[in-house]
Design a protein around this ligand. Structure first.
Ligand code: 2DE
Ligand code: MG
Ligand code: MG
Ligand code: MG
Ligand code: MG
Length: 324
């Protein structure tokens, strides 16, 4: 499982997207390109803009609009990461110090705002009011998901459904919108729009489920960000929901002390991982991720076999295989 097939298929388009990204991070205010490029040139996979390009191609789109929409999607994603590391107080991102550690929280938030503004300008230039509608709604939904997460933080009574609503908003919605705008600018029938949206939504849910597993079960060096962040922040992710639900009274007391009261000692992360292993919480989170990955592949069934379609199936497999 790899993203290489997709990378190869979209390479000519992606070169244009990268050039667009570079020119639109430009500003006489030199701190803006400095901060923006720190993150944008740090070896991200460009997964979301690749999805926009792939779906436009699957939909038979022949124009230029997908380039600026893909760049917009990457700008929106970069803005969310700049803001996310402030909200999460994260120190590492993509193997480097996060922007907030180098330039501060203020600069991170403000450069994120700049990128968001530039993203919307590019969408307007493309001139598809429907694409603008989908991506602007996504921006609102992402923020909604983050606020929902804030409200659920440190609450061990959070349910699996509440957690799912959070990750649909904060992560899956951008995947969904990135995919949906492809058939939209190609003026394809509603069924194709729905199918592409569903590919993105289900892939996005799977992606975040895997991310949440890796925060406990991954290796920092490989991830390029610190593991254990979610635990230290008292974030209630699905591995926690499952381990808490399946735990005895002593174990629940541990989760409440650590996550609700934030009383965390040196060995507590290891203890948390031990409890997750005991209750198969990481494994079962990954089974759920596999289920959403399967649904993403199912949603591709509408399209006839093609190299692009099989490349997208590989991408789904890749996102799930990140976990081991
Ligand atoms: C990733 O979750 C979620 C990202 C969404 C962040 C969105 C914010 C609202 P994670 P990692 C902060 C800003 C909205 C805009 C600019 C439209 O698990 O593990 O924290 O990579 O991700 O830190
Ligand atoms: Mg984060
Ligand atoms: Mg976050
Ligand atoms: Mg995470
Ligand atoms: Mg995090």
């Amino acid at each position: 499982a790899s993203i290489e097939e997709l990378v190869a298929l979209v390479a000519p388009d992606m070169e244009r997207v990268n050039a667009t990204i570079l020119s639109r991070t430009g500003s006489d205010v030199t701190m803006i390109p400095e901060v923006a490029n720190h993150l944008i040139s740090s070896g991200g996979k460009r997964l979301r803009p690749m999805l926009t390009l792939a779906m436009a191609n699957l939909a038979g789109y022949a124009g230029d609009g997908h380039i600026k929409l893909a760049a917009s999607v990457e700008f929106m994603h970069t803005a969310t990461l700049l803001h996310d590391d402030v909200v999460d107080e994260s120190e590492m991102r993509r193997g480097k110090l996060s922007a907030r550690m180098l330039w501060g929280n203020e600069a991170s938030v403000l450069v994120g705002d700049f990128l968001l503004g530039q993203a919307f300008r590019m969408m307007v230039e493309v001139g598809s009011l429907r694409a603008l509608d989908i991506l602007s709604a996504a921006a609102a939904t992402i923020a909604e998901g983050e606020v929902m997460q804030l409200a659920a933080a440190k609450n061990t009574a959070t349910t699996e459904d509440e957690y799912l609503a959070v990750i649909r908003g904060k992560t899956a919605e951008l995947f969904a919108a990135a995919c949906e705008v492809g058939p939209v600018i190609a003026n394809r029938p509603k069924a194709e729009q729905t199918a592409c949206r569903s590919v993105g939504m289900n892939l996005g849910i799977a992606f975040q489920l895997v991310d949440d597993v890796l925060d406990y079960g991954g290796k920092s060096a490989k991830l390029g960000k610190n593991t254990g962040d979610d635990f230290r922040e008292g974030k209630i992710t699905l591995p926690v929901v499952l381990a808490f639900r399946r735990g005895n009274d002593t174990e629940r007391a541990f989760w409440i002390r650590a996550l609700e009261r934030g009383e965390i000692g040196d060995s507590d992360l290891d203890h948390a991982i031990g409890l997750m292993n005991k209750h198969r919480a990481l494994e079962d989170t990954l089974s759920r991720a596999q289920h959403y990955g399967d649904m993403a592949v199912d949603a591709l069934a509408l399209f006839p076999p093609s190299p692009m379609k099989s490349a997208l199936e590989q991408v789904v497999a890749f996102c799930l295989a990140r976990s081991h």
